[in-house]
Design a protein around this ligand. Structure first.
Ligand SMILES: Cc1cc2nc3c(=O)[nH]c(=O)nc-3n(C[C@H](O)[C@H](O)[C@H](O)COP(=O)(O)O)c2cc1C
Length: 348
């Protein structure tokens, strides 16, 4: 209520020309709060909604509730404790690349407030795996499972992509509950071709092998799960290829979906390139999760993401076959209260 009546109008107004300004403003506050237990306790006291009935065990990880923050919000892992205090059941941090990179020129996020949507062409701006590793050594743990999303550096040619992903996995291995292989962002040239059967097979095989070796070095039998995040723009045939590879390579889970190149659901035509997220994406993300779950028949868990704006949307995503869900754009439009609203509804 307070968020939609006061905070959102103010923040949207001062960031009308460049919505990314709002993002940095909020991230700055959350990063600051993350350093102080007293502030985290206050956030938690106003946000937390805990119940054993909300807890989930999926791909060997225990989650306090099934509502997570989707990849791309906290790209450098600066505000994980505060985001956990807001009551996310898990956080997907990143997307991180091997090399530090600035991303595309600003503005690169565009609001379509009449339909609760965003278009972004961020292009993975992040500090790079080395710097993030150094920082994580000094930061307190988030308190909820954190998955690190890994992508390909822009300067790395596709032929060297596997080593690029593997490098980030090694650097972040000790800070993650799971990893997401991001092959579905539309904003890094050539990235989505890594969803094709052969390159995906090579990439996932290498990632699972690397995780297994890293686990063994640490005396663990079970490696941390490797998930893959797919685009909503794949055909059924392409999804079928992804499924075959995931089953063959022991992938821990499939995250569906990333942003779309389609422009369905926008009321005005736009020249802006990039990926569309938010309310217009829900129909397609539900379709993809439904298809995946029918084909997978429970063999690999699914995280459903894309256009979830209400407890009813969340319920539809679970009914479609998701074991966990994630939100991003509704966190911006509806505010953090959306997490509690969804969790409350799940109990009744
Ligand atoms: C500004 C912005 C940046 C994003 N960055 C990433 C990213 O770095 N990695 C990723 O896997 N997904 C990224 N996403 C996609 C989201 O994780 C999510 O898959 C997508 O937005 C659909 O969910 P939503 O409709 O709830 O936002 C980004 C989305 C937005 C809006």
């Amino acid at each position: 209520m307070l968020y939609k009546a006061i905070v959102r109008p103010a923040v949207f107004r001062i960031s009308a020309k460049d919505p990314e300004f709002a993002h940095h403003l909020i991230m700055e506050k959350l990063a600051f709060a993350s350093k102080f237990q007293s502030l985290l306790k206050i956030i938690e006291a106003t946000s937390a909604y805990k119940s054993p009935a909300l807890e989930r065990d999926v791909f060997g990880v225990h989650f306090p509730n099934p509502v997570g923050l989707a990849g791309g919000f906290d790209k450098n892992g600066l505000a994980l404790p505060a985001l956990a205090a807001l009551d996310f059941g898990f956080i997907e941090a990143g997307t991180v690349t091997r090399y530090r990179q600035p991303g595309n020129d600003r503005p690169r996020i565009f609001r379509f407030s009449d339909v609760d949507a965003l278009i972004n062409r961020m292009g993975f701006p992040n500090d790079g795996a080395d710097a993030i590793h150094e920082r994580l050594l000094k930061l307190p743990a988030a308190g909820v499972p954190v998955g690190w999303s890994i992508g390909k550096s822009k300067i790395t040619p596709p032929a060297e992509a596997v080593e690029d992903y593997r490098y980030s996995l090694r650097k972040l291995y000790d800070f993650a509950a799971f990893f997401t292989v991001n092959v579905s962002s539309p904003n890094t040239p050539g990235l989505r071709t890594l969803q094709d059967k052969e390159p995906l097979d090579q990439l996932l095989q290498a990632m699972v092998q690397e995780a297994t070796a890293l686990a063994q070095q640490r005396g663990n039998v079970i490696p941390k799960p490797i998930l893959v995040k797919i685009a909503p723009d794949l055909t059924e045939e392409q999804i079928q290829d992804v499924i075959e590879v995931c089953l063959a390579r022991n992938v821990g889970g499939i995250i569906a979906t990333n942003t779309t190149l389609a422009r369905d659901g926008l009321r005005h035509s736009t020249e802006q390139t990039g990926g569309l997220s938010g309310r217009p994406l829900l129909t397609r993300s539900l379709e993809v999760v439904n298809y995946l779950s029918r084909q997978l028949d429970g063999k690999i868990p699914i995280i459903g993401v894309g256009g979830i704006f209400s407890p009813d949307d969340a319920k539809r995503m679970f009914d479609a076959g998701a074991s966990l869900i994630q939100i991003y754009t509704s966190f911006i439009y509806e505010g953090p209260g959306i997490i509690k609203q969804i969790n409350k509804k799940l109990l009744y």
